[in-house]
Ligand binder design. Structure first.
Ligand code: MN
Length: 257
């Protein structure tokens, strides 16, 4: 199996070497990732700037080679599949992101976008994110998160991942204490409550900075937000077809008017 690994935190982020370690033995791994942090870049691609690709040696995971690209996560996967890899990968993996990607954050996530790009290229893809630990601890335990990612990935591969399949996996912060149970979860689209903080500069210009505090408004019980908060490893199959098929059916009567 040929595995392409990317991320949005950048090629030197600890999460990507944790993922390289986690998949060891499953196949031949190629790492192509942004040369700088690209969190919340969603599915952006670079259309005006050329993409530089630089082969570099990385120290994590006992040392591995990767290609650092001066672009967005989706650029990395596109470029890898179309140009950099002599043969198409059979599997695209993204992560492990530092921080959860559940609920509406799936839309902003560069981690999910890198995997989604793989799916759009017709390749099965899985995004992995690790929830920040609860207050009191500071660092994400990427080794523990990696073990959970490996466990989930092995199960998904045993079930069989088809072309264009896109799976979003989130590991709870409590995984540092030991393996957590897996739950299939629907993506929450519950609102997020957050605030922009007004900073008036000496030049008189209003500027706004996104505050650090945000909370999800009453997510559904079966949702990724609620189940991750309850300490489960959440597995969410996503679609690359955003069509609301039910609504489309109802609006069909407008056709031909
Ligand atoms: Mn990130």
């Amino acid at each position: 199996m040929r595995i392409l690994i990317s991320n949005d935190d950048g090629i030197t982020a600890p999460g990507i070497s944790a993922l390289v370690t986690a998949v060891r033995g499953l196949g031949e791994v190629t790492v192509v990732a942004p040369d700088s942090p690209q969190s919340a870049s969603a599915h952006a691609i670079s259309i005006h700037e050329p993409l530089t690709a630089r082969r570099i040696r990385l120290e994590g995971a006992g040392g591995f080679e990767g290609i650092a690209v001066s672009g967005r996560p989706a650029d990395c996967v596109r470029l890898a599949v179309r140009n950099l890899m002599p043969q198409r990968p059979n599997l695209v993996l993204s992560g492990i992101n530092a921080g959860a990607n559940v609920g509406v954050n799936v839309f902003y996530s560069g981690t999910v976008a890198a995997a989604a790009e793989g799916a759009l290229c017709g390749i099965p893809a899985v995004a992995f994110s690790a929830e920040a630990p609860a207050a009191g601890r500071t660092e994400i335990d990427f080794a523990a998160a990696g073990r959970e990612c490996r466990r989930v990935l092995e199960m998904l591969l045993a079930e069989g991942l088809g072309p264009r399949e896109l799976i979003n996996v989130n590991v709870p912060g409590s995984a540092a204490e030991g393996p957590r149970q897996i739950r299939l979860a629907e993506q929450s689209d519950a609102d997020v409550e957050d605030k922009y903080i007004l900073q008036s500069g000496s030049d008189g210009l209003e500027s706004y900075r996104l505050g650090d505090v945000y909370s999800f408004c009453s997510p559904a019980e079966r949702s990724d937000v609620a189940l991750l908060a309850a300490g489960f490893v959440t597995v969410t199959p996503l679609r690359t077809d955003l069509t609301d098929h039910g609504r489309m059916e109802l609006l069909l009567r407008l056709e031909g008017r």
